[in-house]
Design a binder for this molecule. Structure first.
Ligand SMILES: [Zn+2]
Length: 254
């Protein structure tokens, strides 16, 4: 009944154990997993995992942390990948990270280029926004990516900005932080996001939800994220999980 819309299951310690983990995820009620690429070197692995496991879909893209080590020519390969691999359903994860990196102009150039590619293919984009809220919003508005789908991964902006994104048609994806006791804003965001615009994710193996904070995260824990949002919204876990799953299937065209 659950769709984890953001899990790096190509990373260790998950990757080497996927053969026995995938059946466990299914038993835990996980129907689908979206696996976003981070670096060019991982595209092949992402594609391979999506062909190996029914429940896994993928996204390819270059994360802002990886732009300096790549040549923009790698983006030319996206057309070909999409032609041959129908389970690649999005461009991601892409965006801006001003928390860890100073190369703002370079990041913006890559971000815009990848948004244009997504738009050309009518594919949704999975957005990483770390301490770059204003610029991410400005660029998304400029390129006008909303009609092909915008997913704000692990949304960390304000309630006001969430409302603007919702008005534009974007999806707000919430993860582990919404379960943290001291996380006021994500809980407020969870309250105001309409049921047809919310997504749930883990960002596995990072950002494990309460009470596993600091430990290895797993797609199975997306249930804890969904349960927290359900209780904030005053509805059942099943109702929230089903809506979030339908939203994900709609935006990824699954
Ligand atoms: Zn991620």
């Amino acid at each position: 009944m659950l769709f984890d819309t953001h899990a790096h299951i190509d990373n260790e310690p998950l990757y080497s154990n996927l053969n026995h983990l995938i059946p466990e995820f299914k038993q835990d009620g996980i129907d689908y997993i979206m696996l976003p690429a981070v670096e060019y070197a991982s595209w092949d692995r992402v594609i391979r995992i999506t062909t190996q496991y029914d429940m896994v879909y993928g996204a390819i893209g270059i994360h802002p942390s990886e732009v300096t080590i790549n040549d923009m020519k790698v983006l030319d390969e996206i057309d070909d990948v999409l032609k041959h691999h129908p389970k690649i359903k999005a461009i991601g994860e892409i965006g801006l990270d001003y928390h860890w990196y100073d190369n703002r102009e370079e990041q913006q150039m890559w971000f815009k280029a990848q948004l244009e590619i997504a738009k050309k293919h009518n594919l949704p984009v999975i957005i990483h926004d770390r301490d770059a809220h204003a610029d991410v919003k400005k660029i998304l508005d400029e390129v006008d990516s909303y009609s092909s789908g915008v997913i704000m991964h692990c949304y960390s902006g304000s309630v006001e900005m969430a409302k603007e994104y919702i008005k534009k048609g974007a999806y707000i994806s919430l993860g582990g932080p919404v379960t943290f006791k001291n996380a006021r804003t994500p809980k407020e965001v969870a309250k105001i996001v309409p049921l047809d615009r919310i997504l749930v994710e883990t960002d596995s193996p990072y950002l494990a939800p309460h009470p596993f904070r600091g430990k290895t995260n797993s797609p199975s824990y997306v249930r804890l994220v969904a349960a927290t949002i359900a209780s904030i919204k005053g509805m059942s876990l099943e109702e929230l999980a089903e809506s979030a799953k339908e939203n994900a299937k709609r935006v990824f065209k699954i």
